[in-house]
Design a protein. Structure first.
Length: 162
């Protein structure tokens, strides 16, 4: 199993009113943070366990662990639900946990509309399919913030909680 301490990435986000860089895995972690990152209940570990075993039950994503620095930056563990149309007779549903922030996700999908294509390709390959016709993805958190994307229409729907 990979744990979150194995992961390194940097995400640069440029907006009209500024820019932000999210870096992961480049900091020196305290012993307590390392324990959280290695814990199976860490949000990204739940995500990776699901990638490795599609039968893995991610449980309640809102209970997924995150570092305090992630929480204070406005991140939480949310749900991602893919509904993939393989062909006219076959559909595939896939639900996992991932890092969630409605503003960051909506900006990312607006600037990279095919952002989820790679994820869908990975899902179908592990399920022994070679291609897909289309997909819909829904991302949401426990508070009711939601974002949807339809690969056929390119339509993005953002529903902030009220």
């Amino acid at each position: 199993m990979h744990d979150a301490t194995d992961i390194k990435y940097k995400l640069n986000i440029n907006c009209n009113n500024g820019e932000m860089t999210i870096s992961y895995g480049y900091d020196t972690y305290t012993e307590n943070e390392k324990k959280i990152l290695k814990n199976e209940e860490h949000c990204l570990n739940k995500h990776h366990l699901k990638e490795e075993d599609h039968e893995y039950d991610v449980g309640k994503c809102e209970e997924g662990l995150l570092l305090e620095s992630s929480k204070s930056a406005g991140l939480e563990c949310g749900y991602v639900l893919f509904n993939i149309k393989i062909n006219s007779e076959r559909r595939l549903a896939y639900k996992t946990c991932d890092i969630f922030n409605l503003d960051l996700l909506s900006n990312r999908i607006k600037t990279e509309p095919r952002y989820f294509d790679e994820k869908v390709e990975l899902i179908i390959r592990t399920q022994k399919f070679s291609s897909f016709e289309s997909y819909k993805v829904e991302l949401y958190d426990i508070e009711g913030n939601k974002m949807k994307y339809d690969s056929l229409t390119g339509k993005i729907t953002i529903e902030p909680s009220t």
